[in-house]
Design a protein around this ligand. Sequence first.
Ligand SMILES: *Cc1c(COP(=O)(O)O)cnc(C)c1O
Length: 427
Amino acid sequence: MKESLKNITPFENKIWLASPTMHGDEQKWVDDAIATNWVSTVGANINEVERLTAEKTGREYAVALSSGTAALHLAVKLCAEELYGKPAAGHGALEGKKVFCSDMTFDATVNPVAYEGGEAVYIDTEYDTWNMDPEALEKAFEIYPDVKLIVLAHLYGTPAKMDEIKAVAKKHGALIVEDAAESFGASYKDVQTGCFGDVSVISFNGNKIITGSSGGMLITDSKAHADKARKWSTQSREAAQWYQHEEIGYNYRMSNIVAGVVRGQMPYLEEHIAQKKAIWERYEKGLSGLPVKMNPWDRENSSPNFWLSCMIIDESALAPMVRGEQDYLYSSEPGKSSPHEILDAIASINAEGRPIWKPMHMQPIYRMNAFITKQGSGRGQSNAYIAGSVTDAGADIFRRGLCLPSDNKMTPEQQDRIIDIIHRCFK
Ligand SMILES: *Cc1c(COP(=O)(O)O)cnc(C)c1O
C-alpha cells in the first residue's frame, strides 16, 4: 500500500454510492394507503404516480409496474409481438431473432431479450457519452440487416446520442426499447429521456434518482401498448366473470404501498438532480489536477440527471491491474493508480464506489453472443488493449473507469475527503 494511503481516519457513518433519500411525504401516502385499506395493486397512489410520470416525461401513457426489469420485459415483448406477431406458445416472442443491445449497462437492460427467447447482439460504446455507439449500430445493420429491434440504455443518467441513433433506427425500420431506468429527469435537446423509445422504461429501485424501494414504469404514446401492458402485468385476465386466459400473464403490477413512496418522492426529483449535479461538478473541480476525467456528456445538447459521478484514468497514468472472473490484483506505482486501488482506498475510509458496469460481451453468460464495434465483429478484440491498441471502447472504459460515491446526502466536506483520498492514490 502507498504511504500516502496509510493511517487515514474513516468516516463514522458510511458514505454510500447512492442511497434512498426520504423527505416525509412518502410516509403520508403510505399511511394513506393503509388508512383507506387500499393495500393492493390498485389504489390512488398508483393512479397518481402514473399521471405524474406521464406528465413529467410528456408521454401519453405510464403503467406502474413492480420493477424496471418487469417494465423492460413487457416493453420488449410488446415490440416483439408488434414486429413478429404473437408466438404460438404465448411466450418466446423473440425466438430465433437477434436484437441490438447496449453493451456497457446493467444486465437488467438486456436479460428480457433472453426471457423472450431472443439473442442479444451487443453494440459497442462511444467515448462521448458512454452509451451505444451509433456508428457501431450502423455497422451491425450492415452485418445483420434483418434485425428490427434495438434495446438502448442511458448510462448513469447521461442521455445517449439520440439523433444519430434514431436516424439509424429509422433508416432500417427498427423499433427502440429505451431503458431510462437510471436517467429519469434527464433530457436531450429539451426532450425528457423516456420519450425516445417506442416503449420506454423508468426504474424506482432503491438506488435510483428517486425511489419507491422498488418499482418501475412503462411509458409509451400507444394506447394499445399501455392496455396490453396493464393486462399482461395483472395475469392477463380476459373480461369474463371467471378467470379466463387467452394470453400468458405476469404478476408485474406496482403495489399501492410502493406507489405511496414514489408519490412522496416525485416532488423532489429536481432537487435530487440539482444535488447530484453539484456532486459531479465538485468532483470535476476537485480532480482537475489529476490525470483523470469525469464521465462525459454532451454539454450543448443534453442535461443529464447526474445519477452517478464516474471517472476514468488517463492511459498514461494507469498502474498495472488485472481482473479474473471474481478477483483482482494491482500493483502500486508512484504517480499512477488503477480503479481497484482507488476503490480500495475509498472503501478504507468507509465510503462506497463501484467499478463501471462490466460490458455484456465480457459476461460469461453472454460469451456466445455477437459483439459489434465500429470496425465490425469485436470478438477476439476485447483483450486488444493488452497489446496497447484499444479497439473496444466498452472494455477500455471498464478497465480504466470507476463510479464514485454519489449519495446526495454527502456533504461537501465529506466529498472533499473522498477527493483527497483520490489525490493520495496518485502520489
Ligand atoms: C436499475 C436498472 C434497471 C432495472 O431496474 P429495477 O427496477 O432494479 O428492476 C434496468 N436497467 C438499468 C440500466 C438500471 O440501472
